[in-house]
Design a protein around this ligand. Structure first.
Ligand code: PMP
Length: 350
């Protein structure tokens, strides 16, 4: 007799991380290319001297700082080990085995994984022909078994943004016992004035939770910190299903130090946004079909030619993120990194 793992896990596809290849430019994981700010590195070093102690399990100081800056009560905030952990905690907190989790597809690849790990049922809703979220189709997919809907805006990997009015109208029609998670991992890069603000929306509605992260614009991907803002009952449940002490002490300190540098954050995001517009414009000029993007990446829906494009970029020492048969997602990096990618894109025969 041998040990038995859950049979349903045999069919579970593993999460695929962007590859790091020494000597190549990594534009595969939507990270920022610049390292942490000196003030953040200093805070990390200070925190490192204290790691013989457990972290603050309640993440009190960081939660307090977020509460003040976002103007929401601390009781409505839950901090997690990256917002991907909060996605998993949300499914655990909301669903029992037969319950359904509805999400757009293609979208963040963790949604189906965390749903299946929790034993719930994943309901994938196709994007529109323009690679955007189809809110009417998401609504139509909601059944009495639906407990949670993920709405990712800007959407990973297509970069498309939902406008505030369409999100509000969607939420008006979602049954009040279904929780909508507005995944705003790329919120800080958005420049469109009609964009929704999930935290503000969550403050006005009893069935909305906003998810944000320190991994992207704040540049702390390696430390794993994200947060959720939603109904107090949901925040409490998220804390209950969290592994004790999982948000480590260095991460908590670094996140606080990052919040203390808002001007630097704005500057970095503005640089990303202007490079994003340049890369988009040039790709369209070459002849690629690239949806409008408000995130720190572009989406090239290359279909069956995706693997070929991926190999071509690898040959030119640029690592992109390929989704076989569907498309390639390319992170906006520093100007010279983007130039290297654009040169590769130019020499690929469309
Ligand atoms: N949501 C979306 C849409 C993402 O793209 C990502 C990261 N790829 C996450 C959540 C999770 O980010 P993290 O766990 O690093 O906070």
């Amino acid at each position: 007799m041998s040990v038995r793992t859950r049979a349903d896990l045999d069919q579970l596809p593993p999460y695929v991380a962007g590859r790091t290849i020494p000597g190549s430019i990594k534009l595969a994981s939507n990270e920022v290319s610049e390292g942490p700010l000196p003030s953040v590195v200093e805070a990390i070093n200070r925190a490192a001297a204290e790691v013989h102690r457990y972290p603050d399990m309640g993440v009190g100081r960081l939660t307090g700082e977020l509460a003040e800056r976002l103007d929401v009560p601390s009781a409505r905030i839950a901090v997690g080990c990256g917002s991907v952990a909060l996605c998993q905690q949300l499914v655990q907190a909301m669903c029992t085995p037969d319950d359904e989790v509805v999400f757009p597809w293609r979208s963040f690849e963790a949604y189906p994984i965390v749903t299946q790990v929790a034993g719930a049922q994943a309901v994938r809703v196709p994007l529109t022909a323009g690679h955007a979220l189809d809110l009417d189709a998401l609504l139509a997919a909601i059944t009495p078994k639906t407990r949670l809907v993920f709405v990712c805006t800007p959407n990973n990997p297509t970069g498309t943004l939902l406008r505030r009015a369409e999100v509000e109208s969607f939420l008006d029609r979602v049954p009040s016992d279904v929780l909508v998670a507005l995944d705003e991992a790329y919120f800080e890069f958005v420049t469109d004035p009609d964009a929704p603000n999930g935290v503000d929306i969550a403050a006005e509605r009893d069935n909305v939770v906003a998810l944000r992260t320190f991994s992207k614009a704040y540049g702390l991907a390696g430390l794993r910190v994200g947060y959720a803002v939603g109904p107090q009952r949901v925040a409490e449940a998220l804390r209950k299903v969290c592994i004790p002490f999982s948000v480590n002490a260095v991460a908590q300190t670094a996140a606080i130090a990052s919040l203390d540098a808002p001007d630097e954050l704005r500057k970095r995001c503005a640089n990303v946004a202007s490079e994003r517009e340049r890369v988009h414009r040039e790709l369209v000029g070459i002849g690629y079909d690239v949806p409008e993007t408000q995130a720190n990446f572009v989406w090239l829906p290359l279909g069956e030619r995706t693997d070929e494009f991926n190999e071509h970029c690898l040959g030119n020492k640029v690592v992109v993120r390929a989704f076989a048969g569907d498309g390639a997602r390319v992170t906006i990096g520093l100007p010279e990194e983007n130039d290297a990618f654009l040169a590769a894109a130019r020499s690929f025969l469309l």
